[in-house]
Design a protein around this ligand. Sequence first.
Ligand code: SIN
Length: 303
Amino acid sequence: MVDLSTDLGFIKLKNPVITASGTFGYGEEFQDFFNLDILGAFVLKGIYKNPRSGNPPPRIHETASGLLNSIGLPGPGAKELQKIVKRIHRLTKTPIIINVCGDTDEEYIEVAEIFDKMDEVTMLELNISCPNIKRGGKCPAQDEKHTYKLVNQIKHNTSKPLIVKLSPNVNDISSIAISAEQAGADCISLVNTFLGMAVDLDSKRPVFKNLFAGLSGPAIKPLALKLVWEAVQSVHIPVIGIGGITSGRDVLEFILTGASAVQIGTINIVEPKASVRIIKEIEDIMKKLNIKNLDEIKGKLKI
Ligand code: SIN
């Protein structure tokens, strides 16, 4: 028997596989594909206080080994999501993570407070890293001081464990990770998508109305691993690795690099049952390599 559980300090997950925000709907859409109980946890699509329609189409564009998205965080608003969360909680006891968004710091705090009061919610993930909202503008995770201020305010107004989702579109991931930790983050997750763009030769126009979009998928895995490594070296809180994970082997590579858990994203869109396969692959590889539990390899990369 191998033990897939992982301890984030504030919660022990049955395995390290968490489905990433925006790639797994509100969870209930996937109940016909597999039993949601098998997941370590799942993150719901990012939510603002009020309903939003998101960006105009096209919203996604395939690239070699990757996907560009400019979705723009559409959603039903916090009130409606509260009803959905109650429904999902009746379906599964797998920990539910709310991806908290805001146009202003005040909105972030308000949304965090709303879901902090819900027993059905296990953790909050602060989305300060979406690249698709302000064209050319900075998201909070691209500024150390803003990251500190916002995380600190949310920590003072909420009591649930707080994961802070970081952006790869920065010069120095360590300083942002440290800011989040010093402000009280219980955990950091990285990376959100890399800024990219696509052009249409026929129309001679950019594919996306916002010009830039966020790149995810296998193309970014090596870039994400590097940033996860740097973050792990910089902070003492747990790190959740995200970026192009498609297999059990990928998951174990992130754990070896020091991640305590992972989020899987783009693969859910091409293969809705990917989580089932990936969890089985982790188990098979651990058996084959005689790894009894994840702590045996976590952060044990030999440099
Ligand atoms: C989006 O909805 O634009 C993507 C969300 C994100 O990158 O955080």
